[in-house]
Design a protein. Structure first.
Length: 466
């Protein structure tokens, strides 16, 4: 075992490798624009990109509290895939066909990001190897088969179900008894994508002000310590940091997720693991993991760790608890025993936005000009792009430049969500939920029965996930 220490925090490994971007100037004072976007992550930058491409004369300003990609966009697991939070609920509310349209839009979004990155010459280490989700226990296998059938019912005719032997031929995950694979997924380098996108947006003529925290959003105004930006449209694209805005403490819960990344692994270890297709990799546990094989042959793996900080607080530059790092390492070794002696180069954390009903949404209030998108619950790398194109269409429709489009009629548009409970109920609820999920996973790991642990079902109902 190496004695070299693991870097903890420092935003993320992605920035440790790439370096943080040169700072852009903060807002110099009061100003007026056509569209003000609050948040310089994927949602805000993609929205600026598509709006400026559609209507080049628009005066667009992006306000970012730290630097573009400081939040989840620069810390995530690099999963560009077709999952969207809340699809099953949207099927119940709006009908199966409406949810199928939403799923098809997400399938297409993966290709849209890949194509646009190529067209704009953004090198983000994108490899379209699909998404492989594995099952380790009889309970997980039962859920996997149900999940696979449901995805096919929502239009994924190209999804493939694999048994234990076929799964091991793709990736040798210890104890895997089956898997489901979809081609609608790609691995990428999160920071390279967000940095490249910010540069492209700026080159199009969009103004980006960094080190400019917005403290309050109200109709036609975004308030900062340096001045107020006035605009007919003010768009909130702050995802897990939404709770820091005045009046938004209980809107979306900032859920923590943590990651580790190994040193580059030698060929002898990859020979035991496989993973030549470089699929993004996850499982059907209740407290699930997500992983990728990076372009320089590391394993980057994440999970929930310490799930929530009291009062909807967020971390300080990705700081991660030692017990979380140890737990993620233990999980990695359990999945891939030949990694037992490898060094963990970096560990970090970030927050993702979780609505009370676990449904991602995109909204434009035509009476106030306020818009927002988010609540992606960890599926934001692709969903942010679909949200951005939808915000573009909603603004063009509202301003009379275009009529309704396929995107503006998707069931997640203008969906209303109730607020989270006040403290201490939020903290107790989230920590209780994840304690229940981890206990359920432990019981399922030793049970020969295929059914989902009843405690996990209760936790799902209480959380509002089903």
């Amino acid at each position: 075992m190496s004695t070299v220490s693991t870097v903890v925090g420092g935003i993320s490994f992605w920035y440790a490798r790439e370096g943080t971007p040169a700072p852009r100037e903060p807002l110099p004072g009061d100003t007026g624009v056509d569209v003000c976007i609050v948040g310089g992550g994927y949602t805000g930058l993609w929205t600026a990109y598509y709006l400026k491409k559609a209507v080049p004369f628009l005066n667009i300003t992006v306000l970012e509290a730290k630097f573009c990609g400081y939040g989840a966009s620069g810390r995530n697991g690099g999963w560009l895939y077709n999952g969207i939070a809340g699809r099953d609920r949207y099927a119940k509310l709006h009908g199966h066909d409406a949810a199928v349209r939403l799923q098809k839009a997400m399938n297409d979004t993966v290709g849209e990001v890949v194509r646009t990155a190529a067209e704009e010459k953004i090198d983000a280490d994108i490899h379209q190897g699909g998404v492989l989700e594995v099952a380790h226990t009889p309970s997980q296998l039962a859920r996997l088969k149900d999940f696979h059938s449901v995805e096919i019912a929502f239009g994924e005719s190209d999804r493939v179900l694999r048994g234990a032997r076929e799964t091991a031929e793709r990736v040798h995950v210890t104890g895997a008894v089956g898997s489901s694979w979809t081609p609608h997924g790609a691995r990428l380098h999160p920071a390279k994508l967000v940095k490249g996108l910010a540069d492209v947006v700026e080159a199009l003529g969009v103004t980006i002000h960094e080190s400019t925290p917005v403290t309050e959003i109200k109709p036609k105004h975004a308030v900062t310590p340096y001045g107020t930006v006035r605009a007919p449209y003010v768009l909130r694209c702050t995802e897990g940091f939404t709770a820091s805005l005045k009046g938004q403490k209980r809107t979306w819960l900032p859920m923590n997720s943590s990651m580790i990344v190994t040193e580059p692994l030698p060929a002898r270890i990859w020979d035991t693991i496989g993973w030549a297709g470089r699929e993004t990799l996850g499982d059907l546990a209740h407290a699930y993991f997500y992983a990728q094989r990076t372009a320089d042959d590391r394993i980057a793996l994440g999970g929930r760790g310490y799930p929530y900080r009291f009062g909807s607080a967020t971390d300080n530059d990705g700081h991660t608890r030692p017990e979380t790092v140890a737990a993620l390492r233990e999980l990695m070794v359990r999945l891939f025993p030949t990694t037992a002696g490898v060094h963990i180069d970096h560990a970090w954390s970030g927050v993702l936005g979780v609505p009370r009903d676990w449904c991602a949404t995109v909204t434009l209030d035509r009476s106030t000009g306020l818009g927002w998108a988010g609540g992606y619950v960890g599926s934001g790398v692709a969903t942010a792009n679909l949200a951005a194109r939808t915000l573009r269409d909603l603004i063009q429709q509202d301003s009379g430049q275009a009529g309704p489009t396929e995107l503006t009629t998707l069931p997640w548009v203008n969906h209303k969500v109730r607020r989270w409970e006040p403290e201490p109920f939020r903290w107790l609820g989230v920590h209780g939920m994840y304690a229940a999920y981890r206990a359920a996973d432990r019981r399922e790991s030793t049970s020969p029965r295929p059914g989902t642990d009843p405690v996990a079902k209760v936790a799902d109902r209480i959380a509002g996930r089903h």
